[in-house]
Design a binder for this molecule. Sequence first.
Ligand code: PLP
Length: 470
Amino acid sequence: MTPDEFRARAHEVIDWIADYMRTVEDRPVLSQVKPGDISAMLPAQPPEHSEPWDRILGDLDTIVQPGLTHWQSPSFFGYFPANSSGPAILGDLVSSGLGVQGMLWSTSPACTEIETTMLDWLARMIGLPESMMSHGAGGGVLQGTASEAALVSLLAARAQRDHPDQPTVYCSSQAHSSIMKAAMISGLGKDAVRLIDVDESLRMDVPSLDRQLRSDVESGHSPLFVCATVGTTSSGAIDPVEQIAAVSQQHNCWLHVDAAWAGSACVCPEHRDLLNGVEAADSFNFNPHKWMLTTFDCSALWVRNRKPLLDALSIMPEYLRNQASETGAVIDYRDWQIPLGRRFRALKLWFVIRHYGVEGIRAHIRRGVELAQLFESLVRDDDRFELAAARSLGLVCFRLRGDDSANEELLAKINASGRAFFTHTRLPHPMNPSESQFVIRAAIGAIKTEERHIRSAWELIQTTAGAIQR
Ligand code: PLP
């Protein structure tokens, strides 16, 4: 493809994406295909000869579109938002256009230095301590996902303690499964993980953490890694980081704070208290690719001290040796992550922060929180429904009063309608915490969601519930 051909085709692709953005609202949110429908439309053999571009692009409409669940739809309320925005898409496009591989500072200094600066900008935007910025002993790095951030933090914790005997890991029963997965991948294994009980607000119960740590020490284990979650996946619960830090320090544990979703909210001063105690954390992570307008993948990780991370992950084969690395004066981000290679991810963040400004990003977060407040009030005003947990920022957990099967049917019917999309979780039953109940989650914060989408989703929920109860 010559540069001129590329220019012409790129214009068509950008037009296609812009049309998609304009019309995404009119499409059924949940893909309506059955398993195998999409692969059945693809030839079993790759093409031997070049195909015309019109046919390739045409297949986006005939093959790809039907198989999409529209994450950018204003009526997508599932999981957590995965904001994609114009500036982020263009940043990713430039990154692909440049095709640089930023494993070492010397393989593209701009890739490293813009990333370092973006992580410092983000740290300032959400109020992280100076110690996590690049001029101190710590610093930030972009990982692909929060799962990788948790894994590399765990590996750093283990390196810092020089591979202790029978290491153990602590997180609440509501923590994300990526913590368990990190223990599995690192070789510590599932049995090393202690799922700590939660209080009635679904926050980690600190006395239970303390008891578990003491009992593990008594039985010869080495408590290694504690993960506090700021904004749990199921209900958005905020673990008390400050108290968790105090207990973790007594046992010389590494404290990781997983704020994958809620971290973006800290760009607003009124939500900064979510991070109280974070100055005692060894690592902190949040995903701009969730709620901060930055297209997947972009997960920001900071450490208070980079040495253990480098001890865990550095290795220098001959073919990567270069003068800049030898001086020790540059950052080689390959030493801060699992893979060697890395894309120029910081470009999209740079574009996003400059296009919206911090003020614009705050406005986006505040709109999501306000719309969630509206949704919460609609739930409260209808006696047939109840809130299953206190609203957390943009997340509302609710259910139809009654048994799980009615709620399961309600969710299935709403999603099958294609007019809105929600996902579910199970939360401890308020009357009997040893049992759980089925709960529907409304995760609000898509870029295009407006009040009318919230009201029409709620009407859909109400009429669907009416039909079930009749
Ligand atoms: N931690 C929390 C609290 C999450 O909610 C999620 C995903 O929703 C993750 C970690 C995992 O995120 P990722 O897909 O970036 O690994």
